[in-house]
Design a protein around this ligand. Sequence first.
Ligand code: BDP
Length: 667
Amino acid sequence: MKHLLTASLLCFACLQGFAEDGSRLWLRADATAKAVVTANKKSTTISIAVEELQTQWRGAAVSLKIKNIKADKEEFSITGDERGITITSPSEKGLLYGAYHLLRLQATNGLKYPLNIQESPKYNLRILNHWDNLDGTVERGYAGRSIWRWDELPAVVSPRYKEYARANASIGINATVLNNVNASPQILQSDMLAKAKVVADVLRPYGIQVFLSVNFSSPTVLGGLPTSDPLDAAVQRWWKDKANEIYKLIPDFGGFLVKANSEGQPGPQDFGRTHAEGANMLADALKPHKGIVMWRAFVYSPSNDDRAKQAYMEFMPLDGLFRDNVVIQVKNGPIDFQPREPFSPLFGAMHKTDVMAEVQITQEYLGHANHLAFLAPMWKEFLDSDTYGNGSGSPVANTITAMAGVANIGDETNWNGHHFAQANWYAFGRLAWNPQLSADAIADEWLRQTFSQKDAFVEPVKAMMLQSWDAVVNYMMPLGLHHIFAVGHHYGPEPWGVIPGGRPDWQPWYFHNADAAGVGFNRTKTGSDAINQYHSPLKERLYDIETCPEELLLWFHHADWNHKMHSGRSLWAELCYKYDLGVQQAREFQKVWDRQEGALDTERFHAVQSRLKIQSRDAVWWRDACLLYFQEFAKQPIPYDIERPVHDLSDLKQIKLKISNHENAKR
Ligand code: BDP
């Protein structure tokens, strides 16, 4: 029976002419409709909206109306019923978003007549950051090589650029940074700009603006100037000329993303200048063209102070000194995209400067493309966290002006490596449009479009997705542990790791501080006092070990192995239970998935099944490694009702994975 069913599904795919390889992402509606669609204006963007509806919409006639025209207003409304539907917007982009919204409702069984929908994005800038290098490699990319084929451009235009644009537009992403924040100065060479122009031309009709990451030393490296000092007149001229050159090619160019004085990148401090002086110089060059500078706050100087404090210490004194076309791009947490972090204290703190959030869609610290980890719950926890920046009721989502996501896209057929990693690209776009959407609603939409409308499939698989981030946190770094990853590639566990000659804050011990007394980073007054960077009453809650949320306990406290947890267990026992729970959750995911055999195509079923096996094996590896290692300090038995380790610590310490990650010997 199962075989018959599988065969007929396969046949269906054949008839459709598609391989079930994930290449169509969530955009799988069959395009044989013949809808009647009219528009009150003609343009390339509107033609895209018309064509999408004509070929996929199976309802009444749709009329697209531009009203009170304003090109940068992206809101839209959808009204009407079975007799006719109208999508109205002040902009072409808004009509396109409206078309995709209507199609999404159709694809998710969400149409309820009469329609009376008003949508408008929470943030004007919803941007992907590609960490793609010009040689085609992708830093922290796990889905093959870069989709940008710089060697073929500008002559050859890959069809993937358009598919990429369409996918992004369908979820409201409206901008992209094409190259890595560890930026090669070469991106600003004239021949590279000619290539970027061709990409920008393909993306533009889909409402996507192109940005570039720039290297602060470009005036010296490319321009041959003796300095790149931002206060030097020749340097300022160089950037102005460069901006003019870019805007001649790409009139709607978005601006620059800059990683400066961070992890060895050049920056204004090399010349005794501040981040504000550096950012403002670039902002002045872009200002006449309406471009912006996204200046990253991911900095940590070689000081002895707690790394978690450094971005705040560096940027807070500069609040109010930035030009109005500078936005500070802050990672969600104060360290570095760890499996779970508290929000960075910079959110809700800078009142005179625009701040945007940067989240990592690519799973550098979450099992790469091997582990299923649906990240909407993590991003929701972050966006919903109350900063108390303007009294109570100031969630992160209300303190930021834009959202950036580090892309997980590569040239693999299914774009993201793991089929379920597509859900994270999708979720980023949806949350950047509307941070109030629930993780549940996003997972539901994505599953119905990507796999199946059947509740018998959607419900259990959705439950698995919604638990998956928690599971990964449990088997990697529960209770606020952080950065105990294997050195360099950040895939497996290495709480014992040592980087010879490396900075103290690249060593795992720096972060977990395990000793005979306990474990965790003391960020209270008797430690680094990083907690003091948060607003009251949150900081008082964090200072007190009894009120500090347990999921972040070891982030903020060095707690006694026998510290009594809310469950009544000791910290040591709780740690053991959490690690083991993570393993049990991963195994449960395998069961949930295996039960779905026959409910979807065999290709994607097997692809996901084999990665879930890896995930379960890795979960055991993580649990054994961390518990056996920490046990050397805790000197207590692993509770007897928990599965026994199946590895020896000495063997686990020998594991040295060879993962190519284009790593520059950083933690
Ligand atoms: C770290 C990554 C590194 C990036 C850096 C950044 O390991 O590859 O260059 O973040 O965001 O997490 O600049």
